[in-house]
Design a protein around this ligand. Sequence first.
Ligand code: HEM
Length: 318
Amino acid sequence: MNAARITAMRMAAPAAAITGASLYSIQDAHAKEAVELDKVRASIVNLVDANAEKRGDGTSLAGTFIRLAWHACGTYDKKDGSGGSNGARMRFKPEASYGNNAGLDMARSVLEPIKKEFPDLSYADLYTYAGVVAVEEAGGPKIPFSLGRVDELDGGRSDINDRLPNAHMGSFKNVTEHIRFVFSRMGFTDQEMVALLGAHAMGRCHTDRSGFWGPWTNAETTFSNEYFRLLLEERWSPKTTHEGKPWEGPDQFEDSTGKLMMLQSDMALIADPALKKWVEIYAKDEDRFFKDFATAFSKLLHLGAPVSPIAKPWYQFW
Ligand code: HEM
């Protein structure tokens, strides 16, 4: 092996891993990580596929896994480094009882057999990686991801207040201020927030979880820029009826067919000119959306975690 090759390997390996470890043990660790993650991915894919077959209605666990990953991370506060996915505290009160986490107990429990299959994988890594697999397998971009999150034994370090964003806050002005506050608390810009919200191309709202109803797009198991295109091109109006009866759920919007939905927080992206600029860019340019989503989602998954994202195992760097 020549010197240039060794230098390249040292640069590719995470700095913390180099300290006190031989080059060969670093190689072994990364090779093991790659192999194990492939196995974890296969188990998650099997779970999603078997579950979709059982449901048989075109809905899927994939969207719920993306929401699980995001809610595991979305508590982060850049000021003091509190919150975030490290610790997997969503398993315990108070986060398990946050109103915004309603329904995610189901996502956590269907992942239990995978946790048993891979006991060395932390819950915190499993919850975030399930989101990565869901995005990638639905045709989305490759998300740089690293293992290394560590579980905590209780929810003692969680904020007793629900830190996740609410979907409606009365007026557009209030909801826009609210979502900007929550995403900037995590360290995200307007552009990153809009890109992240593009994940609403997948999955749906459930009346027995959030109270809202319906999918955002006609292809809820495909990762795409459809959310942005529909935001701009559909005519959205307040939902007043549901399946022939008056709508009694929380305020939401529906398209001209009544089959698709938007939350007030989604509509804020076209009500605010600085946010709408990004909606227009992503609606026109799916490659740009995929690139920006991958960067922002990877950043989200590693907020407060004791690891940084690596795009690929060291041996694929050259
Ligand atoms: C302003 C910020 C956000 C608000 C207010 C919001 C709100 C919601 C609500 C109310 C639901 C429905 C939950 C249910 O009834 O099952 C939902 C689902 C979902 N959210 Fe968000 N969300 C936000 C940001 C995000 C972000 C940043 C992501 C990912 C990067 C995301 C991904 C998803 C996905 C994939 C679903 C579908 C879940 C399923 O199919 O079970 N959301 N969101």
